[in-house]
Write a protein that binds this ligand. Structure first.
Ligand SMILES: Nc1nc2c(ncn2[C@@H]2O[C@H](COP(=O)(O)O[C@H]3[C@@H](O)[C@H](n4cnc5c(=O)[nH]c(N)nc54)O[C@@H]3COP(=O)(O)O)[C@@H](O)[C@H]2O)c(=O)[nH]1
Length: 578
């Protein structure tokens, strides 16, 4: 729609009037009001009027209420249904409130009684009608467009996608929905401030719009999330072409104001009807594909994959079950003995968590620890494990195993959590054990992950008196400098070396080297996964102080340990008994 901005513009009017006299009178009033700044197209029947509304662009329609046997209100309805944005002023004869109400419902903006027509009145009425339309348009814009980027907002996106789906159904075509998210956008906001972030979003919106066809819809769904509805794609592969163009386009946004930025986007793609049949499901699936793209290292696109979706749902189900099981106390700890090689004496136990799953029986930690870590549930679960392990240790000590210690595995997520120290201190405090009787096992990769923060946490724990052990030693980073840097007490030689220690010379050499190095650094050594008496003997002969493994005992429920210990003492050197 063209709007009159000042009097240099010419007002283009379509006047629909079947009465010659009324036409000439209206024309003269218009000319008096606008002089040569108006051009009037006159139609005296509905058919030619409708044709003109389609062929030409007008600033205002002036429709007589009666046009032959037909009606200006019907004409108004018809032009509205064609999506016309041009304001309609209805020229009435006698009129009346009923006619006005019907005409407004049909979409007319203003009314003029023919018998009161005058230049000032017609100019004012047309001005009101035009302004009213402008306001309506502005409101519609606000409701349908994102003010920052000028792109369609979520409301219009939903409308366009459901319209697109309806059309695609009729034409038996596919639609590709691409959901795009800027990588590390929060960092841009945090580092350079929100004005730079806003400009980046504007630049990205422009790039994405440049990469797609005019008939496609580009929308900003919120924050740094954008979407493209790509229609009439032909082949499925073409969606990948669009995604690649978009990713490359976004990567070219390298400067905002004076700030040099490195921008990248990840894209998830889902198709109607192959992946989903309605707006919500299509969006969910494109979002799932987007997560896959982000996981794959960002700056890439991924198609929705129903197999992955099934796995994700299974993980979500497991997460929900875990959450309930934590509340219902369906987790238990098993304990694996750790013995001295020289004396065969029981010196410690490692606490190993198991899930008493209501439907699946006892589930091992390899199944659920990664899910607990990714969902954050490990924090609550880990806190319970610490408390339970310390409580159990106190019971063993009270039953005569005074010098026993307990080792607890701490996952990377737990280790980086601000409350770890608090949870450890509370577990010790509430159980009444000595801090030195609790050992925390941390893997090499956790130690190396965020060195500064890790060191602070380790220092605090060490000052508290807790012992620190590097789990799975030998499988992680080759940098050994951290052994000197961190306040560690013990290295646990990984099971993989012990398994082959008698058959594989390299594994034997590595095992010996770890023991020698630990001694040089005044660290204790424990070997895990000892399954045979020959492995036990090898470790004892090479100076490994402590071991654990099936050769000594499999992990067992807490209440079985004391009985096991009695049997163990009976079958070993009495000097080994505590
Ligand atoms: N964050 C936490 N992680 C935990 C906790 N409890 C266990 N875990 C980690 O899960 C992994 C698997 O543990 P699990 O199935 O309990 O297996 C342990 C032992 O059963 C097994 N083991 C012990 N001796 C032998 C042996 O002789 N042979 C053999 N094949 N396996 C043996 O080793 C696992 C103990 O490993 P480690 O922790 O490295 O000492 C495992 O990575 C656990 O760390 C928990 O509470 N929190």
């Amino acid at each position: 729609m063209r709007w009159i901005t000042d009097m240099n513009d010419t007002l283009k009017i379509l006047l629909v009037e079947d009465d010659d006299g009324d036409y000439f009178f209206t024309k003269s009033v218009l000319e008096e009001a606008y002089g040569d700044k108006c051009s009037i197209d006159w139609k005296n029947n509905i058919g030619s009027a409708l044709q003109a509304t389609q062929d030409e662009h007008y600033d205002v329609f002036l429709f007589s209420l009666n046009v032959g046997a037909e009606n200006g209100i019907d004409l108004t309805r018809q032009v509205q249904s064609q999506g016309s944005e041009t304001p309609v002023v209805l020229l009435t004869g006698t009129g009346g409130a009923g006619v006005e109400a019907e005409a407004r419902q049909a979409g007319a903006s203003e009314f003029l009684a023919k018998q009161h027509l005058s230049a000032p009145l017609i100019e004012r009425t047309i001005r009101y009608a035009v302004e009213q339309k402008k306001d309506e348009q502005a409101l519609r814009r606000l409701a349908h467009y994102d003010p920052l980027t000028g792109l369609a907002n979520r409301t219009l996106f939903n409308l366009r996608l459901s319209e697109g789906i309806a059309t695609a159904k009729r034409l038996r075509e596919s639609i590709a929905l691409l959901v795009l998210d800027l990588d590390h956008f929060k960092k841009v906001n945090d580092t350079f401030g929100h004005p730079v972030g806003d400009k980046l979003l504007q630049a990205v919106a422009a790039r994405v719009s440049d990469c797609v066809r005019e008939t496609d819809t580009v929308a900003r769904l919120g924050g740094d999330e954008f979407a493209v509805i790509a229609t009439h794609l032909g082949r499925r592969d073409n969606a990948a072409v669009v995604a690649n163009k978009v990713i490359r386009g976004v990567a070219r946004v390298s400067q905002v104001d004076d700030q040099v930025l490195s921008t990248s986007a990840s894209v998830g793609i889902a198709f109607f009807p192959e992946d989903a049949y309605d707006v919500d499901d299509l969006l969910k699936r494109a979002d799932l594909a987007l997560y896959q793209a982000k996981d794959a290292g960002r700056g890439v696109y991924r198609f929705y994959d129903s197999d992955l979706d099934k796995k994700t749902r299974a993980v979500s189900r497991l997460q929900a079950q875990m959450f309930k099981s934590i509340q219902k106390k369906h987790f238990v700890l098993h304990y694996q003995p750790i013995v001295e090689t020289e004396t065969s004496k029981l010196v410690g136990v490692e606490a190993l968590v198991r899930w008493e799953h209501p439907g699946q029986g006892l589930v091992g930690p390899r199944t659920f620890i990664p899910i607990a870590e990714s969902s954050g549930l490990i924090i609550v679960l880990g806190e319970w494990i610490l408390k339970q392990a310390c409580r159990q240790l106190k019971e063993y000590q009270d039953s005569g195993l005074e010098h026993l210690s307990v080792s607890v595995n701490i996952s990377a997520v737990q280790f980086n959590h601000e409350k770890l120290f608090e949870h450890v201190a509370a577990a010790i405090d509430q159980s009444g054990i000595l801090p030195s009787q609790l050992e925390l096992e941390i893997t090499e990769s956790t130690l190396m992950s965020t060195a500064t923060q890790v060191n602070e946490t380790l220092q605090k724990l060490s000052e508290l008196g807790v012992k620190l052990c590097v789990d799975d030693f030998g499988t992680g980073y080759s940098s050994l400098a951290y052994l000197k840097r961190f306040p560690l007490n013990r290295l646990k030689i990984d099971r993989s070396f012990i398994q082959e220690v008698l058959r594989n010379q390299d594994d034997a050499a590595i095992t010996r080297a770890i023991i020698t190095m630990a001694k040089a650094l005044r660290l204790e050594v424990v070997a895990e996964g000892v399954e045979t008496d020959q492995q036990f003997a090898f470790l004892r002969n090479h100076g490994c102080e402590t071991v654990q493994g099936f050769f000594v005992s499999r992990p067992m429920p807490g209440e079985k340990l004391l009985q096991w210990h009695q049997r163990y003492c009976a079958s070993h050197d009495p000097a080994g008994a505590d």
